[in-house]
Design a binder for this molecule. Structure first.
Ligand SMILES: [Zn+2]
Length: 466
């Protein structure tokens, strides 16, 4: 009846105790520790808890957009009357998933309200193949594959091959929710024995006029290089192969008539024959992809379209993703940029705003950021020269960011490694009522968010979603 045995129950208690101790000591949230401890003591904990989820699970993976898409899916599940169980932002490795279960379980080792539970799990791209057979999700969302943290993963092709091998070896039914605009993802549908739900943008009006620098060439399985009739970002767009019949297919879940604003985005969400007007409180075309991925995932799970539309309109930002803070009368917005394509999309988002702009560009070189920062040279920082009024560079590699911006034609007024001092410099140079846009790598986001949370009284991150 309880679902887990003595060994797991002991591991569960040990994991919880570790997590509580970490939280009491104020150590970085203690989000991974319970899972690490419990998972080590009981290696099959994840399988046993995943099997208790009454509505099964959906996974979300890909280079950019995992956290926001999972957040939107979680809210959609809630709007549909389910009780979502989701891992916290950044805890997307095996131990993060184990921690999620450990935190949610009763001491007896059961998930409360298990019959109405849907697991929504953000998974690291490299970890997804390992967790597929353990979580046995009903549906898997694949967002995109961009060049990211090369020192960690190697080429994007090897990540896609890992996904493909895992799917080939997996016998249970699963719906694949695929971004048809990204050929690296779309081709996963070729070998699928199961349902495929494609999503994509059906509006050439939001295509880039010229290809971006970050558009690394992608090769078809036949060996030819893909051609594009329209590029939306990076290598994502209306692709086709000149060497064989492969081409982007028409998506079941699509965005039409996309209108990009400085703070919000509107589009017509089409799911099969049905359509709905959607306004999401997020900027940027990448936000449209996240919303589409959510809608397609919800469709694959059989959740009502109305629940998706409501969740998209009402969801606040996910942790550190377009989050806003009011500090000393200035509006501060966090824009995460972890790789060239992500940074290009942030820059495009900034261009949608015609007001004078203070940009705080934070660059760290922690393990989670990628220790090689040369990727900033693959981003088109040039495109905002002349638009940014005041630029401040900050973070461990503030000098590299300053040099990169200087080469793009605009020099920072301050280059300051200390993030709090860099933030203060940005605020001091912004008129009251003005905006400070913070373009930041991952670990710098954690640092600047903690400072902003402290100053504004927002919750520290391990209390989020509690
Ligand atoms: Zn081909």
């Amino acid at each position: 009846m309880t679902g887990i045995g003595f060994r797991e129950r002991g591991a569960l208690l040990a994991g919880r105790a570790a997590g509580e101790a970490a939280r009491r000591l104020g150590r970085g949230g203690g989000t991974a520790l319970p899972g690490l401890v419990a998972g080590t003591l009981a290696p099959r904990l994840i399988e046993r808890f995943a099997a208790q989820l009454g509505y099964g699970a959906i996974t979300v993976t890909g280079t950019n957009g995992k956290t926001t898409t999972s957040h939107l899916l979680t809210n959609t599940a809630r709007a549909a009357g389910l009780q979502p169980l989701t891992n916290r932002s950044g805890s997307n490795l095996e131990r993060g998933i184990a921690s999620t279960f450990v935190d949610a379980a009763t001491p007896a080792g059961t998930l409360p309200d298990a019959s109405s539970r849907l697991g929504v799990f953000e998974l690291d791209e490299a970890v997804w193949p390992l967790l597929l057979p353990r979580l046995k999700p009903r549906a898997a969302v694949f967002l995109n594959l961009f060049r990211d943290q090369l020192d960690r993963y190697g080429e994007v092709d090897s990540v896609a091959e890992g996904w493909e091998r895992a799917l080939a070896a997996y016998a249970s039914p699963i719906a694949l929710v695929l971004n048809v605009d990204d050929p690296s993802v779309a081709l996963l549908g070729e070998s699928a024995r199961n349902e495929v739900v494609g999503f994509g943008i059906e509006d050439r009006g939001v295509a880039l006029i010229e290809a971006e620098h970050a558009s690394d060439a992608r090769f078809c399985r036949c060996g030819a290089t893909f051609r594009y009739d329209a590029v939306f970002m990076g290598h994502v767009g209306l692709w086709r192969c000149p060497g064989c019949a492969r081409a982007r297919t028409v998506p079941v879940v699509a965005a039409r008539d996309v209108r990009l604003g400085a703070d919000e985005t509107r589009f017509t969400l089409c799911v099969g024959e049905r359509g709905a007007e959607v306004a999401i409180p997020f900027a940027g075309l990448y936000s449209v992809y996240n919303a589409l991925a959510c809608a397609a995932g919800a469709h694959a799970l059989g959740l009502p379209l109305e629940a998706t539309v409501r969740a998209l309109a009402e969801s606040g930002p996910a942790f550190g993703r377009q989050e806003r803070f009011e500090v000393d009368g200035r509006h501060v917005r966090l824009l995460l940029a972890k790789n060239p394509t992500g940074m290009n999309e942030v820059l495009r988002t900034l261009l949608a705003n015609t007001e004078p702009l203070t940009l705080l560009a934070l660059l760290n070189d922690g393990i989670q950021d990628g220790q090689d920062v040369s990727w900033i040279y693959d981003a088109d920082i040039e495109r905002i020269a002349g638009r940014v009024v005041t630029l401040i560079a900050g973070g461990d590699r503030a000098d590299d960011m300053a040099l990169r911006c200087a080469l793009a034609g605009f020099e920072p007024v301050v280059a300051e490694r200390d993030i709090e001092r860099a933030l203060d410099a940005a605020i001091a140079r912004t008129p009251a009522g003005g905006r400070v846009e913070v373009m930041t790598t991952y670990t710098a986001m954690l640092a600047v968010r903690a400072i902003l949370a402290r100053r504004t009284g927002a919750q520290p991150y391990w209390e989020e979603q509690a």
